[in-house]
Design a protein around this ligand. Structure first.
Ligand code: FAD
Ligand code: NAP
Length: 336
């Protein structure tokens, strides 16, 4: 185990923000982590692909970069398969592994950046599917005691971009492996997001396969989302707010074009990107940072920007949306 004190964190976060830390430690196996704990290094922060963090200052902690690899089939029957994935594998590579083995369950989650270990953190989701629908369990190590623990699906309290790891046990556990149940047959494809069916019909595909759905999702994503290799960003900066029907009724009378997606009889989801766009901030730039011109939910660093300015921009957007719609939007991105 090596502690690299001089390493700039810029290559390790998709916003491309510069920062130092007390030291960067590559965790390739569980024993590297136990060595860190034995040495009593603290405080500790866990890093995967850095695609869901906003670094606003130099980090006064040791950064544990999760690089635990390996994909292993644990159990299998004629219908499904239980697979264990090292938390340091790239999520998209894991999805591609599942497709190349003819397995269903993760296809709508193609091309999401980041590591497998971070997927349960915010219960990643896209195009009508969340990772919790295939999630079986995960293995984690408690950072203070070194005790191993297994968390099963129900215990993770998965919600909309939420889990126990973002709340009750935040920063307490290092996730080392995640187990998923993937289907060999008897599965239903999730095509309810309009854009997927549009792309499939444009391609003349009447009976889509799992691979067709994955390719449709990748086509849509490539056409809309800025590639972090070219423009620094962390995907959607805010969660989509869920509001009451009474507020919705007031707003829809004023903004008849407002998109919405019912959650239940009393609540309804409004796309945060639409709220920001309507507030006039889509495409806004301030020096090296701004709001993306195609997707207002994505804040960007064009290069050389700093995290505290992006944070200030996020606060300004929250205030504008609150003033205009009386809706509070909350960050999905983790503030470091
Ligand atoms: P990091 O940014 O490294 O870490 C995120 C948080 O998880 C941090 O608090 C960190 O401490 C913690 N963490 C990371 N690894 C571990 C671990 N092993 N154990 C314990 N804690 C850990 N998200 C979606 O949900 N859906 C999308 O469609 C989506 N699209 C995106 C598109 C783009 C272009 C970008 C840049 C981001 C997108 N995201 C999306 C957000 C992001 O990719 C996901 O949240 C992803 O799971 C983050 O993984 P990561 O490894 O980069 O996490
Ligand atoms: P979009 O298709 O333009 O739709 C805008 C928003 O409306 C989405 O955020 C989505 O909410 C909601 N929506 C659209 N169709 C819906 C339906 N049929 N049922 C329920 N809700 C619907 O969104 P986009 O920005 O291009 O993103 C597409 C998908 O990828 C979304 O699921 C989005 O969450 C995901 N994504 C996430 C990130 C991230 O960083 N978290 C980044 C890029 C894309 P939901 O977000 O609740 O699905």
């Amino acid at each position: 185990m090596q502690i690299i004190q001089t390493e700039n964190l810029k290559p390790y976060n998709t916003f491309g923000l510069e920062a130092t830390s007390k030291g960067l430690i590559h965790i390739l196996r569980e024993n590297d982590l136990f060595e860190v704990l034995l040495q009593g290094l603290s405080p500790l922060k866990i890093l995967g692909g850095g695609s869901n963090i906003l670094i606003t200052k130099n980090i006064d902690a040791y950064i544990l970069r999760n690089e635990i690899k390996g994909i292993e089939v644990i159990e299998e029957d004629e219908n499904e398969l239980l697979v264990q994935c090292g938390a340091g594998e790239q999520w998209h590579q894991f999805v591609m592994w599942s497709l190349s083995n003819g397995l269903a369950g993760l296809e709508n989650l193609s091309l999401i950046p980041g590591s497998v270990g971070a997927a349960p953190m915010q219960n990643i989701g896209a195009y009508g599917v969340e990772q919790k629908s295939a999630f079986h369990s995960l293995k984690a190590i408690h950072l203070e005691t070194g005790v191993r623990r297994i968390f099963y699906n129900e215990e993770c309290r998965f919600g909309y971009r939420e889990s126990i790891f973002k709340n009750e046990v935040k920063d307490q556990y290092f996730i080392t492996h995640v187990n998923y149940i993937l289907k060999k047959k008897n599965f239903t494809l999730q095509l309810s997001y309009g854009a997927i069916t549009d792309i499939l019909s444009q391609k003349g595909i009447l009976h889509p396969t799992v691979n067709d759905v994955s390719e449709a999702v990748m086509d849509i994503r490539r056409s809309k989302l800025p590639d972090p290799k070219l423009i620094g960003n962390a995907g959607s900066f805010f969660k989509n707010p869920v509001i009451t029907m009474s507020l919705y009724n007031v707003l829809i009378a004023k903004y008849p074009d407002m998109p919405s997606y019912p959650i239940d009889a009393e609540s309804i989801k409004i796309p945060a990107g639409w709220l920001i766009e309507k507030s006039g901030m889509k495409g806004y730039t301030n020096g090296q940072i701004g709001v993306h011109k195609l997707q207002a939910l994505v804040l960007v660093n064009y290069g050389g920007g700093n995290g505290s300015d992006i944070y200030q921009l996020a606060l300004d957007l929250q205030q504008k949306v609150k003033e205009m719609f009386d809706i509070s939007i909350t960050p999905e991105v983790n503030l470091w």
